[in-house]
Design a protein around this ligand. Sequence first.
Ligand code: SF4
Ligand code: FES
Length: 238
Amino acid sequence: MWAELRELCEAVDVGTPPREGAAVSVTIDGAQVKVPAGSSVMLAAARAGKAVPKLCATDTLEPFGSCRVCLVEIEGRRGYPASCTTPVEEGMIVSTQTEKLQAIRRGVLELYLSDFPPEDIEGGWSEFHETLRQVDVFSHPYRVATHHQNSPVDESNPYFLFDPAKCIVCSRCVRACEEIQGTFALTITARGFDSQVAAGQSQSFFESDCVSCGACVQSCPSQALIEKSLFEGDYRHG
Ligand code: SF4
Ligand code: FES
């Protein structure tokens, strides 16, 4: 059931919010598509039926460009721009599925997996797992990191819990709290592998300014934030 539900959600999540400019014509993997000026390359790719893998982007939030999974190649441009933060330009020619891009995405996702519960990698369901399937990455060559694995689960909120072990620090919850609810209850503390989601002044969710609106839970791609009603009894990974 979850897979079907996720497919429905994915079918309508074009990665970045719609824009309303004049039509701009771009070519994505050989397919021509028109989208409003100001749209992202990611949105154009989705409209062309060439959905680019993503983690930190969702069309309910402004693009942020932190996960680097959505990189593409654009003719005449150096490097590999993030498709979620790059606006379309008339005549742009974009490739989304080259071997080089696959290798970069694989490397990025392997790093994410190195700090994810090993028992939850295969067979799990979440938007994160859908992206893993899209890029065909289910293992990593690293020692299992412990940056988030030993942090306690925050079950203080009556409606949802936060499992830091599953958090990929995409900041979608932080941005949802700000952009959708306007509450600013969440932040990302520290940097690099040590960065993590914190409620309030490193309080529990229940003690913080969180108003339990659920915007963060809905935006979370990895089920690090998950409704308690979705499981019965004690919470465990999986
Ligand atoms: S809790 Fe979820 S939405 Fe928030 S940063 Fe972690 S993975 Fe992203
Ligand atoms: S989806 Fe574009 S950088 Fe994360």
